[in-house]
Write a protein that binds this ligand. Sequence first.
Ligand SMILES: [Zn+2]
Length: 160
Amino acid sequence: MFRIGIGNDTHKLIAGRPLVLGGVTIPSELGSEGHSDSDALAHALIDAVLGAMADGDIGLHFPDTNPKWKDADSFAMLAHVMRRAEARGFHLVNADATIMLERPKLREFISSMRVNIARALNVDGSCVSVKAKTGEGLDAVGRGEAVSAQAIVLLSNDAS
Ligand SMILES: [Zn+2]
C-alpha cells in the first residue's frame, strides 16, 4: 500500500534569530521567528509524513505546552514521526520539497539539507529532493518578510 502526504510551513523572518533550513544554519541577517530552531523545511516534512499516515499534524504531536518538545530540535521531531510510520510497517519511498526564500541563495546548502533529511527519514540521499525558489519580489516571501516550505512524501507498506 502507498500513502502520500503533503506539508506546508511558513515563518516570519526577523532580526536576531538563526535561519535554519533542512538542519543547516544559513548565514543570513534575518532568521525564522518561533520556538526552537523554527526550521520551516523540517516542519513541512513532519506534516507531510503525518499527513501520509492520516495521523494528525505537528501541533497535535508537538504542542508548545509540552515541555518535552518545547525547545526540541526539529530533526528529532522529524525522526520521531518517521519512527511512528515505521512502527506501522511503512518506509519512505521518496520526499520532494521546495523552499520559498528571497535571499540568500540556498544552492550551496541543498546537498547538506538532503543528507540531513535522508538520515532522519532513514533513506538514501537519492530519495530526497530539495529545491529553492524566490518570490520574485512579490508577496511576503518576495518582500523578504517570510520563509516557507512545501513538502510531499510517499510512503510504502510492503506488507499490505
Ligand atoms: Zn514551523
